[in-house]
Design a protein around this ligand. Sequence first.
Ligand code: FES
Length: 143
Amino acid sequence: MSEFDQLYREVILDHYKNPRGHGVIEGADAEADGQNPLCGDEVSIYVSFGEDDTIEDVKFSGRGCAISQASTSMLMEMVKGRSAHEVATMSKDDLLEEVGIPLTPIRLKCALLGLWTLKVALHKGKGTPLPEEAAGLDDLSLN
Ligand code: FES
């Protein structure tokens, strides 16, 4: 493993052990639940909006593998303070770049569970469009 991969692995582990934005927002403006039926792992995302459609606060709860939890933790840091419409158009590659290590198709579902769930929450709260690439939703169950 290269030093670079090692570094990314450490970052992932750190997010897994000390997840950022972990918790529940009581009375959130929008929330959504996502589950990966392959393993039963799940994530719930809560969003509060500020002026216009700014994501003032965002949190997640749930349980799952290191990749799903760490990538959702990274996602929380990436989207807080940004506009819902901007985040709704964020591509999966933006998040995958942050995750930083190559992933098999199975692990890709883990990594994207939080992002698709967040997009569903934004859709519910602000009517933002769901992206085409999430239309089949990769066999994840989202609501
Ligand atoms: Fe379940 Fe990763 S193994 S989300």
